[in-house]
Write a protein that binds this ligand. Sequence first.
Ligand SMILES: [Zn+2]
Length: 226
Amino acid sequence: MLMEKERELIAEYGRKMSTDGLSRGTAGNISIYDPALGYMAISPSGLGYFDTEPADVVVCTLDGKVVDGTRKPSSEYGLHAGFYKTKADQGCLSIVHTHSDYATTLACMGEPIRAVHYVIATLGLHEIPVAPYTTFGTPELARLAVETCKEGRAVLLANHGVVTFAPTLAKAYSQAGNIESLAKTQWQCMAAGRMNVLSKEQIDDVLERFKTYGQKPASGGQQNSY
Ligand SMILES: [Zn+2]
């Protein structure tokens, strides 16, 4: 089985995404890219995460041609491919796309996630922008998401959800959780009618501090806690 380890991870993190409340039903999708092969492993289209075995995960080219697997790739394979094609220099090797509740709420309001908490720096930026709305699964959505994302590692999709990427699936998944937590905090601040947003300089200081914070991971998959 091609990309066996990656397919196992995608099946495992899919279940995690459901149990952690970041996804319901078949919403959202996960992928890992192998630049040496030029293939990505991606969750299948329309299959519940608890029904997805490693063999159901699809291996395809960045143009969506299936090279191993019997399922159809996620309808958002083009969105994932768009990031792998353009964000390699930002360490884009794994992507998590969710419709998590609070992040999607802000995306539906056209409201970027702001620096209400310093943890936003884990996304490499001080504000998570919102890409304009267009139909799911289209090349236009991939283009708008990639263009709007710029130098950060996350972007909201208007009236849809959120995309985040990292060098490993563990890290991308951790970021998806951080985004949802940030969005919930921001929503609560907005509901209470008061919100103090950190400045770009304050977030730059956090980014500087992250460079020397925590344990050196034994393997690439471990996340520091902040
Ligand atoms: Zn989606």
